[in-house]
Design a protein around this ligand. Structure first.
Ligand code: ADP
Ligand code: MG
Length: 616
């Protein structure tokens, strides 16, 4: 075939492949256009998850009749001067409308303030109509029907009405956070109506919008950010570590008011919390970065959701520093380098031997396994609980740590174990519980330290899964139903899955707008914080859509529940309870890691311990 210039419709469909990935991307482009036009009220309606209909109406500046044809033409924009580096609007590429028009049935109806009448233009699968007069108030209404009718291959990738409707909600939520003074509504036969009224200007307004979108409980658990460095400003809100979530979904990033998905920002946020959050937990955050438009490139991808910073190190440093400081100001101290703290703890204080080389080897070896959090400097000597009510008392650490092989029985440890008593088992015989969470066990040739919380969590998870196969799990009725306030769509999803959750023994129902009432919790979990449990489950349900997701979802729900029902660290265990836990762990496949993938125990070979002491 000779080289030729492709027809306009084909070119637009190629562009549409990148700009219009799914209904949510159409909503994003149309709402951005409305915002660029200075709208203060934006109404979005969808049907069929946006696949049958998307309608975005605004009260913005409108499009003059004689520019309607240009608006739907490729590379036509009213927003970009000649400097591509200086972008101050959300749109600038001039390809959203022609792209959408090439894969759907598009109607663009608009009226400017000066015009007596409105006008409209249609594009169907790339075919542009003439401009006709049309009735309407000032502003613009854009309608896209039958999305992807012209590109059936793309239609096949659609995830189903519910998932697409949810993606639209998520998109609008991200945009709404950045424009608190604009009133947004989202409605349609495929959803419950959402409305976010316009808020006041300034910081109060922003916080009010955050409460509207993320739920009123977030501000109560949030810390404000305000940090700047070399022309870059960071503001917004982050959750206190105790208010963490099971997924990173509730993290919202904005660069100069533009919602972005950015690995650098996400990574910096994660890094900032590294010492304060268990892995597998994620903070809730709305981070706003503002900087000179010339210092950030938004022209990375046609969807404009990726950015590149001219100075990534500066931005990363600002986020990590700003958040760490905010967390510190709020009284949470990072735990520090745990590996180093552990190695430090193993150092026999009174008579430092030739400690150079070998110590470093030892510390390295310990860092490779999961170190229990152990910070002698920060924890005032809590008495360690030993056996049968015998506390080790103050010297226990030293005793335990530098004990001679022959000094087993010292300071409250158990009498020597005969092999028959358990040291022949893979996880050995329990010897002590320290810091009310770590079981120390002895095998023939090693020392095993079990994180009892993590281990128990895994066992509960496996038991829940097993129980599910058989029959519904028993439920524990609450004396008073517990009301949990949540964002509307979370409450919705929970309500929808009430029956599934019921099988786990969690009985809940919708309770008016934005709330659910919990009537019973799974008996297997014992005392649980129903609020936290329900929120984690909402996260879990939001994460996993898709038709074949039920089995996966059941497991995920079981995992989330197990985490709540587990023996919290802090519970003192009797010797036979400890040994029972060890034996259960040996019997249950997969119990070497907790549900979040962290190890449930570490094993230190005697040989390694001897190396650490310079005996080898
Ligand atoms: P871009 O937003 O990149 O300029 P679009 O294809 O999205 O490209 O829109 C083309 C042009 O149509 C815009 O530059 C703008 O002038 C006009 N336009 C689109 N939507 C609206 C709207 N809701 N209100 C006013 N003008 C609009
Ligand atoms: Mg646009």
């Amino acid at each position: 075939m000779p080289i030729r210039l492709l027809p306009e419709t084909t070119v637009n469909r190629i562009a549409a492949g990148e700009v219009v990935e799914r209904p949510a991307s159409v909503v994003k482009e149309l709402v951005e256009n409305a915002l660029d036009a200075g709208a203060t009220r934006i109404a979005v309606a969808t049907a069929g998850g946006g696949l049958s209909l998307i309608r975005v109406s605004d009260d913005g500046a409108g499009i003059p009749e004689d520019e309607l044809a240009l608006a739907v033409s490729r590379h036509c924009t009213s927003k970009l001067g000649d400097d591509i580096a200086d972008i101050r609007s959300l749109g600038f590429r001039g390809e959203a409308l022609p792209s959408i028009g090439s894969v759907s049935k598009l109607t663009l109806r608009s009226r400017t303030r000066q015009a007596q009448n409105g006008a409209e233009i249609r594009v169907e699968g790339g075919e542009v109509s003439v401009v006709r007069p049309a009735a309407g108030a000032q502003g613009t209404v854009v309608e896209a029907r039958d999305l992807f009718f012209a590109t059936p291959a793309r239609l096949k990738f659609a995830k189903g009405e519910r998932a697409e409707a949810a993606a639209v909600t998520d998109t609008l939520r991200r945009i709404a956070l950045a424009f608190p003074q604009v009133r947004f509504t989202l409605s349609g036969p495929d959803r419950q109506t959402l409305e976010w009224p316009a808020t006041d200007a300034g910081e109060d307004g922003r916080l009010a919008r955050i409460a509207q979108v993320l739920g009123s409980e977030f501000p109560e658990n949030a810390i404000a950010l305000d940090a700047g460095r070399e022309g870059v400003h960071l503001s917004g809100y982050i959750s206190i570590p105790a208010y963490s979530r099971l997924t990173a979904q509730a993290q919202y990033f904005f660069v100069n008011g533009r919602p972005v998905r950015d690995r650098l920002i996400a990574g910096a946020l994660k890094g900032a919390y590294a010492d304060t959050l268990a892995s597998g937990r994620h903070p809730v955050a709305a981070l706003f970065l503002d900087l000179d438009p010339r210092d950030v490139d938004v022209n990375v991808h046609p969807a404009k959701a990726d950015v590149r910073f001219r100075d990534p190190g500066l931005v990363r440093g600002l986020i990590v520093g700003g958040i760490r400081e905010a967390l510190g100001v709020s009284g949470i101290r990072p735990a520090g380098d745990r590996g180093a703290a552990l190695a430090e703890a193993f150092r026999p204080a009174p008579t430092p031997p030739a400690w150079g080389e070998r110590t470093r080897t030892g510390a390295g070896a310990f860092r490779a396994v999961r170190a229990p959090s152990f910070d002698p400097a920060s924890s005032p000597q809590r008495p360690l609980e030993g056996w049968g009510g015998q506390g080790f008392g103050e010297t226990a650490q030293a005793t335990f740590l530098v004990a001679e092989p022959s000094a087993d029985a010292r300071a409250g440890a158990l009498p020597p174990v005969a092999d028959a008593e358990g040291s022949a088992h893979p996880l050995g015989a329990a010897r002590a519980q320290v810091h009310a969470n770590y079981i120390v066990a002895q095998t023939a040739d090693s020392l095993v330290i079990v994180d009892q919380h993590a281990a128990h969590e895994r066992l509960v998870y496996e038991a829940l899964k097993e129980a599910l196969q058989a029959r519904p799990c028993p439920a524990q009725m609450l004396l008073l139903p517990e009301i949990v306030d949540l964002p509307e769509d979370d409450a919705d999803r929970l309500g929808e899955h009430a029956e599934t959750l019921g099988r786990f023994g969690l009985q809940l129902e919708r309770f008016g707008p934005g709330a659910v009432a919990v009537r019973a919790t799974p008996a297997m979990l014992g005392e649980v914080d129903a609020q936290r449990l329900v929120r984690d489950l909402a996260d879990q349900l939001a994460e996993d859509e898709g038709p074949e997701a039920l089995a996966r979802r059941l497991n995920a729900v079981a995992a989330a529940m197990a985490c709540h029902g587990s023996v919290r660290s802090g519970r003192l265990l009797k010797p036979d309870e400890m040994n029972a836990l060890l034996r259960r762990m040996e019997a249950v496949p997969g119990s070497g890691t907790c549900n979040h993938g962290r190890p449930t125990y570490i094993e230190l070979k005697l040989a390694d311990i001897e190396r650490l002491f310079g005996r080898r």
